[in-house]
Design a protein around this ligand. Structure first.
Ligand code: MEV
Length: 398
């Protein structure tokens, strides 16, 4: 196959002509591609500008999972996913837990982290001491970027110097903490970091003239957000785990569920699948609201391995008759800016959710994750998951 030169410069229709001429697609594919383009040229144009080399749109189902009771408030939760059973599973759990107190969620913290990686030939302890001096300068010099965020209750919340010189010669890091109010904040954080990187180099060069200036390697936010954390708990008495098909005895169900949850804590092979089931729900909400599911997934899986071994994101507590099941997961999301404000369906999702704050959205997404996981584990320890899957497969093939 010959390389395609200048593809980016062609219009969407010219791109199709080019693919056709090269035999990559046939005339019938053109019809298919055009049928998936939005009929409103304004919307089609919006999608074309969203990313590069766009030729059509790839649709995913948009569903509503109704009646989530979260901290006493009812939400009808938009979910975007291609996988059958996910919405049914979420809705089943929402109904089940609605009559048992609902989902109890808490935002544990909202701090996000950015990093400036650099090398420097001087002494680390001098750098660490000097941070006291140049931290306020860096904050002042970033004020033109942070002013809006400061006014909304966000901004830079702290800095620390990290010494990696044992791992790689002369390697250090300035780790900066941010609050980003209702924005996901990636652009805000990266703009601050890029500005601060240049200022850091200049300040350190001026303060230590006998040492060559630091060499900035890169400045970028971290998608590891262990301090941007939400938890979701469901709890009841074991004897109240009733009305579950394939589980006639609620206490037996509770015992088997407890074991299934423990298996996912103990065995990484099971933990990954267990957590995948959690992200079935979380990602569907993240996508529906125009947030970055890769960022949330990456942060979540890293958190699952924070103790040096990949584990489940859930914990089970069963003392006496108590059944308490908790999901804790990092969740860097926003409800203003980026795609959340630009994509008409993301805006609609947020409207359906009552225009939540980022804190509220963290809790809704965590509840969706819990709902999907509870349903999945319930199915696995009773009739298996194939029963539900096969029902939907049959529907799809009609
Ligand atoms: C399938 O998408 C998700 C499950 O495998 C999750 C789990 O095993 O807990 C059913």
């Amino acid at each position: 196959m010959d390389p395609i030169e200048g593809f980016t410069r062609l219009s969407a229709d010219e791109k199709l002509d080019r693919l056709l001429a090269d035999g990559l697609i046939g005339p019938e594919d053109i019809e298919l591609i055009l049928s998936f383009r939005h009929t409103d040229p304004l919307v089609a144009g919006f999608f074309e500008r969203m990313t590069e080399n766009v030729v059509t749109s790839y649709h995913l189902p948009y569903s509503i999972s109704p009646n989530f009771l979260i901290n006493g408030k009812t939400y009808h939760v938009p979910m975007v996913t291609e996988e059958s059973s996910i919405v049914a599973a979420a809705s089943w759990s929402a109904k089940f837990w609605r009559s048992r107190g609902g989902f109890l969620t808490t935002v544990l913290d909202e701090i996000k982290v950015g990093q400036i990686h650099f090398t420097w030939d001087g002494q680390y302890h001098q750098l660490a001491e000097y941070l006291q001096v140049f931290q306020p300068l860096l904050i002042d010099e970033s004020r033109h970027i942070t002013a809006g965020m400061d006014a909304r209750g966000g901004g830079i919340t702290g800095m620390e110097m990290v010494d990696f010189s044992e791992e790689a010669d002369h390697l250090y890091q300035l780790r900066v903490s941010f609050l980003t109010a209702d924005a996901m904040g990636a652009n805000f954080i990266n703009s601050c970091l890029e500005l601060m990187a240049g200022r850091l180099r200049d300040h350190v060069a001026a303060a230590f003239p006998s040492v060559p200036p630091p060499e900035i390697i890169m400045a970028i936010l971290s998608n590891y957000t262990p301090n941007c954390l939400v938890s979701c708990t469901v709890e009841c008495q074991s004897k109240d785990l009733t009305g579950i098909r394939g589980a006639d005895d609620p206490n037996q169900f509770a015992r088997r569920f407890g074991l299934a949850a423990r298996i996912a804590e103990i065995d990484p092979y099971r933990a990954v699948t267990h957590n995948k089931g959690i992200f079935n729900g979380i990602d569907a909400v993240i996508l529906a609201t125009g947030n970055d599911f890769r960022a949330v997934e990456a942060g979540g899986h890293a958190w699952a391995a924070k103790d040096g071994k990949y584990q489940s994101l859930t914990r089970i507590e069963q003392t006496g008759d108590l059944f308490r099941y908790t999901l804790t997961v990092p969740m860097a999301v926003g409800t203003v800016g980026g795609l959340t404000s630009a994509h008409p369906l993301a805006r609609l999702s947020l409207r359906i959710l009552g225009n939540p704050s980022a804190r509220e959205l963290m809790q809704i997404a965590a509840a969706a994750g819990m709902a999907n996981n509870f349903s999945a584990v319930k199915a696995l320890i009773t009739n298996g998951i194939q029963e539900g899957h096969m029902k939907l497969h049959k529907r799809k093939s009609h």
